[in-house]
Design a protein around this ligand. Sequence first.
Ligand code: AHR
Length: 534
Amino acid sequence: MKMNNFMQRFILLVMVSGIFSVLTTTAQNARIKIDVDRQIGEINKNLFGNFVEHLGRCVYGGIYEPDSPLSDDKGIRLDVLDAVKELNVPLTRYPGGNFVSNYHWKDGIGPKDQRQTRMELAWARLETNQFGTDEFVEYARRIGTDPYLAVNLGTGTIEEAQQWVEYCNVKEGPYYAELRKKYGHPEPYNIKYWSLGNEMDGFWQMGHLNAEDYSKKAREAAKLMRLTDPSIKLVAAGASNFRPNNDPHEWNATVLSELKDVVDYIALHMYVGNHQDNYYNFVSSPLVLEERTKVVKGMILREMEKADRGDRDPIYIAWDEYNIWYRWRAEETMTGDRALEERYNLEDALVIAGFLNAFIRNADIVKMANMAQLVNVIAPIFAEKDGMFKQTIYYPLQLFANNMFGTSLDVFVDCEAYDTDEFYLGLAEQATQQNNVPYLDVSAAYNKGEVVVCVINRHKDNTIETDIISQEGLFDGEFEVYEINGPDIKAENDFDKTNVQTVQKESVKVKKTADFSYSFPPHSFTMLKGKIVK
Ligand code: AHR
């Protein structure tokens, strides 16, 4: 059949517009400007901390499993230990969590056959106390982490808190220091970080208090603990939950005002979930953490004007617990031996990368953050009797903890953005809504002439072609490229499959140039690492 001119032109137009629409739905353009002179603050290594709680199979069946052929003679799971070591964990919080508010540390020391089994009320288990302070400190030394202990300000007393510091940090003389020596640990543990209770604002906490009563108890505990060891750093329990009709900042305001001369950090907690199964809402949730960081920073600055802290640093923020936790939230998955065994996918890994980017962008005020938790329980490492695997969220944490050092840079990003619907971050949380969420989420670190740029492409479908521009100095040499991605946003890992992991891509070679371009693939996290020469 012969086509007339009109038909030919019509078909051509359809083809061209088809090609155009393919182009416009698969590529966007963006700019990232790096200026090594625009510095936010020193990146504290403790931003990549973790958390071990006596909950489900985190301790028993996670890091410690004496009857396993995969464990050594101390009961430590060696396959898990190796995976933990690669996370380069600088700081590990222990022993809870909600667990600590009814935990008496003396139950967990001394000859194992004389330790008592107790009812564990927070997570409805039996606590055998076979793993306690001495085992944890030894584990911490093996993985190269600083131990960070939480004291019981729920059912515990301020005296008990003082005696724990004495047991851990006093070299010799008093009863509890001598007891540690008697139990085979002649040298003090010198534990620097101590938190004054856990989520004491929560009605679920055993021994829950109001903000005024908590502050009084925390201040007195701090007094006794510091008289025992003046060098310790103390973390106050900030607000844990943003419930409808509840202003968590009232709690934070009281605690900061009452403890402004006393504590070194205020602890904040945040758990998010994809409750409505809406990818774009979910991946924006780290921006809410960033907003809360800024609000609390303002409150700290206000209190610091009135504080009497001698030569001590101002109070900093510790994002003491953060993660994704929503699937294992039903009553039967919240308690017992297999509680909180969340399995993670690619979109979860992107949210974790978003949290880490937010910590770096706020490195002047956020000086500690602990992923909750290390193994099995809402964790990057998942173990069963005969093996373990690395969950998707393992990979961003590993990349940050091994590469993001030095100074955080204030990066300029110009890219397309979207608005979310109203959505719920967490089960009990009030609703939120985010406007202007940039598809590219970026942070950068500068360290001795080397720049590391972390980029999340939140777009589900589009590659984003990006000009990366240096404002001060020139990019030079090979830029290493590491990418975390997977076949689709719901891709998970398991014992027999690794769909999501870090892949080292071909390096970008540049020669004394002020800019280069890079295409960030859809639903990906990319780390670029190279030199800037002046
Ligand atoms: O990490 C799980 C729990 O979440 C912790 O025990 C508690 O502090 C928080 O509510």
